[in-house]
Write a protein that binds this ligand. Structure first.
Ligand code: BES
Ligand code: ZN
Length: 839
């Protein structure tokens, strides 16, 4: 990593007590005027006040000691790089309290940061603007106020809080309202005319507040909460205290036009942001090093909350595929980072809103919750929130509360997971000793390029659970592995029983079984006697072992074929994701078609079982599974699926039979991938006509499936057009890169050619990291790693530095994987074609 930029936190000699802020936005000129009156305390005599400040101009500033004359600041020294300003006073400000007054002006920018403008269209088609805020991680600055035609709205005083959690929105909205069981007034604000679409989120929020109140045993600290959908919004949502802002697609649900996965997404996001009202807002991290605590915790408990509201989603299994495996993929890289990472300059803050803080953070909390047990965990949470309310806290503080509540060595265990990067690979072999099974376990850091070599291998304290075929859903034994090697005796295990580690795929490690142990587990996949989340974990471990060169990829293909009877959506979804990675890899070879044949063979039995139309009694997960399977088959060119998709698409476009929301993505994808310029034009027309942002996004994400070079170019140009909201450009370009071999090259060239515009659009920021990741990760030739590295050396993107290194590492890993296994995969696929396996 390059040298860290020097950065100092604000001095503590003057601290704010209460801000009173008056703002006057002008939605025609895109400017605002502000007046700040802050009660402040001078703790140490000084003639300077240093504050955070970005993109605003101070007109006047003064400080008046209590009962004394104002002293006017004579100099404003902006340190723009560090987002700070130093006010200089002609005389010393003595210790004591006083009033700081600042008049300032600023611009309502279009960068989705600070106080900005968001563009929207009214029901009659008029373009208008709203003024919106996004202050995290903007370390707290920007705006902080006379005309007869102006309406003044006053807000009540808040509890003591961090300034990054302040929000205000000025614009036209409708809303729906309810009162939660515990008496909080809940509103969901929607675009004008779309109040109905706020009902789903309203219901979720009203159920969630009492759930958290009960879980934390701390009431929601404000009398009201508003949730609002913002047209132009960089993140998914932001937990501002009492006014949570969301992308439209993370809040609005239309009963007819929203698909099941959107409903689930809205529930998760609402659950996440409302959790922050306690964990993050009532108690705030002491510094960005502890950001993970905020995000990891919220990313864990959002699942607990959704599981409470919608048990039929089987959401915890989905956690494993969405967060746990994603975190392990990233954390196996040499360019990963510890969960707790020292953060200095603001640019480094953007960098850590990544899968380590979110998904690994959530995964280790899930492991910890399992290790402690729900009762003591809740007790500890309450101790922590009560002790630190309206204050700041650090990671150690949470460990201490949980340690007190549980009597277990929490800090010792957790430090091994949060202070060092990576996670272990547990190797296990077994021996039958009379009536017992002796297990020999050893741990070694798992790296994406194989097991860690060399001395000083990091060690973890690993909570391990062991189950057997006698009772696959319960742990026969729980141990804490606190050394490199350990022997364990399982009493009374018959020779024909299988033994499995990591029940529920809760421990944050991968497992490598001896061949004999693995052999004994595989029938449990076929006959479904292994629980779903264990089938998923086993398959995922094997896949990553293959990618790391520890086992052969052909072995994994054989295991995938054992999933013929698989009914579980999430198990399929994870398998599908891995097959997608393999397909992308093999798109670099001349036997891409053969792997498509394999995909079709694996997915057609389940496709036939499901059919196209929902059967009576089906639910949420069946809808998700059907969409997944048909999309996979359609994309791979499965003939019957392709024909039916075309037929239904035609009826949809002609208005004869509108496609159900759950079938749209797979159908759009299928017809585009196997379609021509006319199909693309129809899709672009559907995009233009769509009234819901969800539908626009659905279309944007599949456009990259188109195959011909001219059409790909058309999609890329569209990505930067006015038709696509600024935050969504990323997924259009990313879709092109992931859509085909030619798309990958074209997307990369497009990014290079339009770098300045893209960089400027996101002002650095985390969206630029996401764009880079989606666009270059799929390369599999060594020299591309060099090319990517060289490009960013001459076009620096400070907040994406680590992402770029991770991408280069992934490119090299792909190349090595291809060299190692391509030939044997090809041979296996050919031989399979010659003598197809019998199901
Ligand atoms: N605090 C974040 C929003 C945020 C993200 C601010 C990045 C600044 C930079 C919020 O709580 C969050 O985590 N939002 C997620 C959605 C969530 C459901 C995972 C997001 O925006 O992706
Ligand atoms: Zn969050």
């Amino acid at each position: 990593m390059p040298e860290k930029r020097p950065f100092e936190r604000l001095p503590a000699d003057v601290s704010p007590i209460n801000y009173s802020l008056c703002l006057k936005p002008d939605l025609l000129d895109f400017t605002f005027e502000g007046k700040l009156e802050a009660a402040a305390q001078v703790r140490q005599a000084t003639n300077q006040i240093v504050m955070n400040c970005a993109d605003i101009d101070i007109i006047t500033a003064s400080y008046a000691p209590e009962g004394d004359e104002e002293i006017h600041a004579t100099g404003f020294n902006y340190q723009n790089e560090d987002e700070k300003v130093t006010l200089s006073f002609p005389s010393t400000l003595q210790t004591g309290t006083g009033t700081l007054k600042i008049d300032f002006v600023g611009e309502l920018n279009d960068k989705m940061k600070g106080f900005y403008r968001s563009k929207y269209t009214t029901p009659s088609g008029e373009v208008r603007y709203a003024a919106v805020t996004q202050f995290e991680n903007v370390i707290d600055r920007k705006p902080y106020p006379d005309d007869e035609n102006v309406v003044e709205v006053k807000f009540a005083r808040t509890p003591v809080m961090s300034t990054y959690l302040v929000a205000f929105v000025v614009g036209e909205y409708d809303f729906v309202e309810t009162r939660s069981k515990d008496g909080v007034c809940v509103r969901v604000y929607t675009p004008v005319g779309k109040a109905e679409q706020g009902k789903f989120a309203l219901e979720v929020a009203a159920k969630t507040l009492p759930f958290y109140k009960d879980y934390f045993n701390v009431p929601y600290p404000l009398p009201k909460i508003d949730l609002i959908a913002i047209a132009d919004f960089a993140a998914g949502a932001m937990e501002n205290w009492g006014l949570v802002t969301y992308r439209e697609t993370a809040l609005l649900i239309d009963p007819k036009n929203s698909c099941s996965s959107s409903r689930q997404w809205v529930a998760l996001v609402v659950g996440h942001e409302l959790a922050h009202q306690w964990f993050g807002n009532l108690v705030t991290m002491e510094w960005w090093t502890h950001l993970w605590l905020n995000e990891g915790f919220a990313s864990w408990i959002e699942y607990l909350c959704v599981d409470h509201c919608f048990p039929e989603y089987d959401i915890w299994t989905q956690f494993v595929s969405a967060d746990y495996t994603r975190a392990q993929e990233l954390d196996a890289l040499d360019n990963s980072h510890p969960i707790e990472v020292s953060v200095g300059h603001p640019a480094e803050v953007d960098e850590i809103f990544d899968a380590i803080s979110y998904s690994k953070g959530a995964s280790v909390i899930r492991m910890l919750h399992d290790y402690i047990g729900d009762k003591d965990f809740k007790k500890g949470m309450n101790m922590y929130l009560t002790k630190f309310q309206q204050k700041n806290a650090a990671t150690e503080d949470l460990w201490e509360s949980l340690e007190n509540a549980s009597g277990k060595p929490i800090a010792a265990v957790m430090n091994t997971w949060t202070k060092q990067m990576g996670f272990p690979l547990i190797y296990v072999e077994a021996e039958q000793v009379e009536d017992d099974r002796l297990l020999r376990l050893s741990q070694r850091k798992f790296c994406a390029s194989g097991p860690y070599v060399g001395e000083d291998c990091p060690q973890w304290m690993v909570p391990i659970t062991i189950s057997t075929s006698e009772d696959p859903n319960h742990a026969k034994l729980k141990i804490l592995m606190d050394k490199p090697e350990m022997n364990v005796v399982l009493k009374n295990v018959k020779p024909d029983q299988w033994v499995k580690l990591n029940l529920g795929t809760v421990g944050f490690y991968r497992t490598q079984y001896s061949s004999a142990m693995l052999e004994s587990l595989l029938p449990g996949i076929r006959d479904l006697s292994l629980p779903p989340v264990d089938r998923l974990g086993l398959q995922n471990d094997l896949f990553s072992l293959a990618r790391a060169g520890i086992i052969s990829t052909v072995e994994v293909l054989k295991v995938m074929e054992a999933f013929v009877n698989e009914p579980n959506y999430t198990v399929w979804s994870d398998l599908s994701c891995n097959l997608g990675i393999l397909s992308t890899l093999l798109s670099h070879t001349d036997f891409y078609e053969e792997i498509q044949e394999f995909v079709k063979d694996v997915f057609s039995p389940i496709g036939e079982r499901l059919g196209w139309d929902p059967k009576p009694g089906e639910g949420h997960l069946d809808a998700l599974l059907r969409g997944l399977v048909l999309g996979k088959l359609g994309k791979a060119g499965h003939k019957a699926t392709l024909e039916e998709a075309r037929r239904r698409f035609k009826d949809h476009v002609e208005g004869k039979q509108i496609l159900s929301a759950d079938l749209r993505s797979p159908v759009y994808l299928t017809v585009l991938k196997h379609g021509d310029g006319t199909t693309l034009d129809i899709m672009l027309k559907l995009h233009k006509q769509a009234d819901m942002q969800e539908e626009k996004n659905r279309i944007e994400r599949v456009l990259g499936a188109t195959l011909s070079p001219e059409l790909i170019q058309k999609v890329l140009t569209f990505a930067l057009s006015e038709e696509v909201r600024p935050q969504d450009t990323v997924s259009v370009i990313g879709g092109v890169a992931g859509g085909s071999k030619h798309g990958r090259k074209a997307a990369w060239k497009f990014i290079k050619d339009n770098w300045e515009e893209l960089y400027n659009r996101y002002q650095g920021g985390f969206l630029i990291s996401r764009l880079i990741k989606l666009s270059v990760e799929g390369f599999a030739v060594d020299k591309m790693a060099g090319e990517v590295k060289a490009f960013f050396e001459s076009h620096p993107a400070p907040s994406a530095e680590r992402t770029i290194q991770q991408c280069c590492e992934n490119i090299l890993l792909n190349a090595a994987w291809l060299k190692r296994d391509a030939e044997s995969i090809h041979q296996y696929l050919l031989q399979r074609k010659a003598s197809p396996p019998t199901a």
